[in-house]
Design a protein around this ligand. Sequence first.
Ligand SMILES: C[S@@+](CC[C@H](N)C(=O)[O-])C[C@H]1O[C@@H](n2cnc3c(N)ncnc32)[C@H](O)[C@@H]1O
Length: 256
Amino acid sequence: MLNLPPLLLSAGQADAPSPLVQSLITQAQSLGIITTTSTNAELALQIRDNALQLDDLTDANGKGVMVDFLSGQSAYRRAKGGGSKEPIAKAVGMKTHQPLKILDATPGLGRDAFVLASLGASVTLVERSPVVYMLLADGLRRLALSEPELAARFTLHHANSPEYMQQQSENSVDAVYLDPMFPHRKKSALVKKEMRLFQVLLGTDTDADQLLPAALHIAAKRVAVKRPNSAPYLAAQKPSMAISSKKHRFDVYINN
Ligand SMILES: C[S@@+](CC[C@H](N)C(=O)[O-])C[C@H]1O[C@@H](n2cnc3c(N)ncnc32)[C@H](O)[C@@H]1O
C-alpha cells in the first residue's frame, strides 16, 4: 500500500510543466507526497524536455522513468510486435482490431495497456499510486499531441482498483487485465534499474489477491493475469488456461 518516502521535485530552467502536470503536482504537494526541499529523498520527480520523469537519486547514471508511448519499447512493439498474436492479446481474447472494452486495474507505466489500445481496444486505466498516475497522465497528454485518436482510446482514473471495480456494474467490460508487482527473488543489483526504482516507490502489491474477485465481477468474458513463470496463482485460484511467453505466464480466467 501507499507508504512513500517524500519525492523531490525539480525542473530544468527551460521547462514549464503543462497545466495538467502542474495541477497534479500541486495536488501531490498538498498531500505531502512530493516536496521541493527534501534533502534525504531517494527518488525525484523531474520535468525535463516538457516530460515528467521519475529519477533515482542514488544512481548518477540512471536515465529515470517516464511514460513514453511514442518512442523506445512501446513504439518498437507497435511497429514490430506480433499484433493479435502477441501473448497478451491472446490472453485478453483479442482478435485483429476488435474494439474490446478492457480495464487495466494495475496499469503502471501503461506499456501493456498501450499494446492493447494499439490493437484497437478501449482501455480504462485505474492506478492507485499518485506518482504513477501523474506519470501516466503526462504520457497520455504527450500521446494526445501527436496521436489524438489513439490517446482517445484511454481513460485514466486515480483509484484503488478493487474498490473502483466493486462500484461498476456486472459485465461492464469485456476483459480485465491484471499485472500486480511481484517480489523478485534476485538481489537488487540483478533486478533491472527501472524495476528497482518502482520497488522503492511502490514496494510489492501484498494485497493483490483482492483484485481477482473484483475483476471477475465486472468482466463479461475473461480476466487475464500476468505472472512471472515461477509465481503461484493469484488468490490461489486455478485459471481456466495459461498462455506462456518467454518471460511470463498469462493465467486466464474465463467468465461465462
Ligand atoms: C507491475 S506494475 C504494472 C506494469 C504494467 N503492466 C505495464 O505494462 O507497465 C503494477 C502497477 O499496479 C499498480 N497497482 C497495484 N495494485 C493496485 C490496485 N489495487 N489499484 C490500482 N493500482 C494498483 C501499482 O501501483 C503499479 O503501478
